[in-house]
Design a protein around this ligand. Structure first.
Ligand code: C2E
Ligand code: CA
Ligand code: CA
Ligand code: CA
Length: 279
């Protein structure tokens, strides 16, 4: 930043111009993609550590642009958040998820649960409850099949508001999970105030679980405390058999990661689950 003649900082540099340019370009393309069906939801299996069975999935956004190719959520979600586009985009994901749950119900996969990521903006926006009610009525699904994931950081932004909204969502019958647990500033004791069902242990703690005694201790203690508060636990980013073994020994309830399956198109996921269900 440079000082201009009036003593104000000017935040322009060639590098920043390029970044702003890229943001604008991606934002424009995202709006178009939203209108033309350029987004897709992929599903990643969540597996019971006790039975090894798929119990549900997490819905993850995918964006393929005809010119740019596939763009990672870590690149486009922050821009969507910043621009407000995450509201219509997140709404599209919710509608897609409810439609998938209705399909599953008709196809004999009604026992599966589907988890959807909510951005802080969607969560704090005030329109969430009525929109969910509308989608429930439209698709006639059992609300307990839908799990809403909010990150620890988003939940802690306005804890009083979070507490009230979670209670209302709970009353509707939705399942609630705290995502990326352990990466923000909170404690399980605080989370006890929130009406949640599950915590998702962040991949960062799972990655070195076999080699890092600190991570192993943190994960073990988190699972124990969560259970003592009546919460179930999903471990994210499970890639190896050794991680699976560790988590099973520590009595984590579920796991999610490349070991069982990458995020995949919805149709493939249905086949994946059916193949597993064969004796
Ligand atoms: P997240 O909610 O923590 O999702 C888990 C991420 O970890 C996903 O990345 C998933 O593909 C990846 N992952 C799963 N298993 C493994 C594994 O074994 N190893 C490794 N290395 N990675 C694994 P993805 O799909 O790129 O999404 C990144 C983030 O983008 C998500 O993190 C979430 O914060 C955000 N996101 C994705 N879809 C949505 C959405 O519909 N709405 C909102 N608000 N955010 C979304
Ligand atoms: Ca998530
Ligand atoms: Ca996560
Ligand atoms: Ca994450």
């Amino acid at each position: 930043a440079k000082r201009d003649g009036r003593g104000n900082f000017r935040f322009f540099s060639p590098a920043m111009n390029a970044a702003t340019h890229e943001h604008l370009m991606l934002e424009t393309k995202m709006w178009a993609a939203l209108e033309r069906g350029g987004f897709e939801v992929h599903l990643q299996a969540q597996v019971s550590l006790e039975t090894g069975r798929v119990i549900g999935a997490e819905a993850l956004l995918r964006w393929h642009d005809p010119e740019l190719g596939s763009i990672e959520p870590s690149r486009f979600i922050p821009i969507a958040e910043e621009s407000g586009l995450i509201l219509p985009l997140g709404d599209w994901v919710l509608a897609r998820a409810m439609a998938l749950l209705a399909e599953w119900q008709h196809e004999g996969l009604g026992g599966l649960r589907l988890a959807v990521n909510l951005s802080a903006r969607q969560f704090g926006g005030g329109a969430l409850l009525s929109r969910l009610d509308q989608l429930l009525a439209q698709h006639q699904i059992d609300p307990s099949r839908l799990e809403l994931e909010i990150t620890e950081t988003a939940a802690m932004r306005d804890p009083e508001n979070t507490r009230a909204l979670l209670r209302q969502l709970r009353a509707r019958g939705f399942k609630l999970a705290i995502d990326d647990f352990g990466t923000g500033y909170s404690s399980l004791a605080y989370l006890k105030l929130f009406a949640i069902d599950r915590i998702k242990i962040d991949r960062g703690f799972v990655k070195d679980i076999e080699h890092d005694p600190n991570d192993a201790a943190i994960v073990g203690a988190t699972i124990g405390l969560a259970h003592s508060l009546g919460l179930s636990v999903v471990a994210e980013g499970v890639e190896t058999q050794a991680q699976w073994g560790f988590l099973r020994d520590k009595r984590s309830d579920e796991a999610q990661g490349y070991l069982f399956g990458r995020p995949m198109p919805a149709r493939e996921f249905g086949e994946f689950v059916r193949a597993q269900a064969q004796p």
